[in-house]
Design a protein around this ligand. Sequence first.
Ligand SMILES: NC(=O)C1=CN([C@@H]2O[C@H](COP(=O)(O)OP(=O)(O)OC[C@H]3O[C@@H](n4cnc5c(N)ncnc54)[C@H](O)[C@@H]3O)[C@@H](O)[C@H]2O)C=CC1
Ligand SMILES: O=C([O-])CC(=O)C(=O)O
Length: 348
Amino acid sequence: MEAGDRVANLLGHLNPVYMPEGGLRAAPTSASSSKKPKVAVLGAAGGIGQPLALLLKGSNLVGELSLYDIVGTEGVAADLSHIDSSVKVSSATGADKLGEALYDCDLVVIPAGVPRKPGMTRDDLFNINAGIVANLCAGIAKYCPGAWVAIISNPVNSTVPIAAEVFKKAGTYDPRKLLGVTKLDVLRANTFVAEAIGKAPESVSVPVIGGHAGVTILPLLSQTTPRVEVSADKAKALTERIQDAGTEVVKAKAGKGSATLSMAYAAAKFAESCLLALQGQSVVECAYVESHLTDLPFFASQVRLGRSGVEEYLPLGSFNELETKNFGALKSELRGSIQKGVDFVHKS
Ligand SMILES: NC(=O)C1=CN([C@@H]2O[C@H](COP(=O)(O)OP(=O)(O)OC[C@H]3O[C@@H](n4cnc5c(N)ncnc54)[C@H](O)[C@@H]3O)[C@@H](O)[C@H]2O)C=CC1
Ligand SMILES: O=C([O-])CC(=O)C(=O)O
């Protein structure tokens, strides 16, 4: 077996949906004669950016991968460009090259910004990351105003509202195409619940709603597929582990950042869902989006993605006692984080 085939098999094993049979060596199809999407990764030289770029370089849904960072982009691009997949890799470094990176993009994924160190909350990143996300979004409004935008940079509860306000100011806001990436919470919930009930993680699906920080992360264990029966104590413990999972990784990395590999995997899957939706397929994902499902202006929930972005909000369903209590508890923190993001754009 050749090295390329082994990589293809590995990626196919990781995600048969976005790495269909044939993986990196997939034969051209009739669809491949039409222009495949250009995907930009902003923050591409970072802990998330590099493995995310690797996974997207192996995706047969991507036409061009545009890598952008303020430092080190060329090395990452040179390295990836030796992989024998048809995805074209381009790179640009520094603010004056942002336009080049974003030109003609269909999907922009943003993992740019600083990560947590032990003892910090995600909100502690606001002072640095708010400005980074606002500047990058101003670039998106200027150079690829029709692109889908997937935001990873923390605090997601605030950076997505920041992006929305920047786009509104520029007159380019389309709420259907602005998505906060909360998929890692879903992967964690699936993994931890599967462990608890002795099932394969791939066979478990847990909706996670709310936001992406501590108590704002609300796994709906009562809506797990397949149905799980765990004691109230176990459900509480599982919920808390899912809420604190980012901190678990920050502690384990002991000052060397936060989740990067699992996040890159989650982001690659999420990006693939967006690209499938752009092709006209209907895909359900959990994402943090502008929403009218609750009285909060932004809320993470299951949404149906289609060609024009978020096309349907799936109902939240009924909550059990623990979920009802946790839903009440998340509202004031999430509302405050949203307002903080909105105020940042209007006061700066
Ligand atoms: N949404 C989620 O579930 C998760 C979010 N994160 C967040 O993702 C962000 C990135 O994390 P890591 O990749 O580990 O950090 P990192 O520090 O390893 O990488 C960040 C990259 O962003 C670049 N960067 C900084 N300013 C920039 C700018 N103005 N334009 C373009 N690039 C710029 C840096 O040069 C660096 O290469 C953090 O804010 C982290 O908290 C991390 C894990 C999960
Ligand atoms: O915990 C962090 O700072 C990074 C993150 O958002 C996560 O891993 O969920």
